[in-house]
Design a protein around this ligand. Sequence first.
Ligand code: C5P
Length: 229
Amino acid sequence: ANLVAVIPAAGVGSRMQSDCPKQYLTIDNQPVLWHSVCRLLAHPLVSQAVVAVSSVDPYIADIQWPEGKPVHIVEGGKERADSVLAGIRYATSQCQADWVLVHDAARPCLRPADLNNLIDSLLAADQGGILAVPVRDTMKRAGINRVISETVDRNALWHAQTPQLFPAQALEQALTQALAAGANITDEASALEWLGEQPLLVEGHADNIKITHPEDLALARFYLSQDVI
Ligand code: C5P
């Protein structure tokens, strides 16, 4: 199977309160985006990467990618899903992708063992799916007045992470249709759910954080300094 990694990196990171977007903050002298891409390319079945960036991105050209596997740069879009779709279109038309492995640029702490497990499980099942972790806290539903209306059964709740791995054509079609219909698409699985498909969950680890707030960078630096990940 030809797996192509697609990395949306066209966000501006407004919640980070930093000078540059969060995917370009550095850990061990390399941008967060570099760490995320390298972790994907390290898997033997991942043949190349497509990174979607903003049209006015001044940082991407300075990144030194590791030797060996191609890293293509495409222009992203207004929302995350638009950037993902631009990357997938390139992956299917230019890279002969059978499967696309979509991963947030802002998740540099992906464990190699979790990536392995995701790819093995989904290729064996011949079905798309995502890395996810069970919810730990008690979950409440509340209205805008912040009065609790109920406690939600947490046994049925998972945090959706990335990578999300899908057959390339199926995901391209699902995203195209869902976006055209104006559906609220916040990850790849939701585009297939919108079509009535049932993607699989593969259990990962909570340290695969998405860097969002300033304190997350210190946590990512800590996780990446640990041997396990
Ligand atoms: O903003 P959020 O944390 O949801 O972004 C998740 C990922 O999607 C980030 O890697 C960000 O750069 C990317 N993104 C994108 N295009 C956008 C918005 C976000 O590629 N228009």
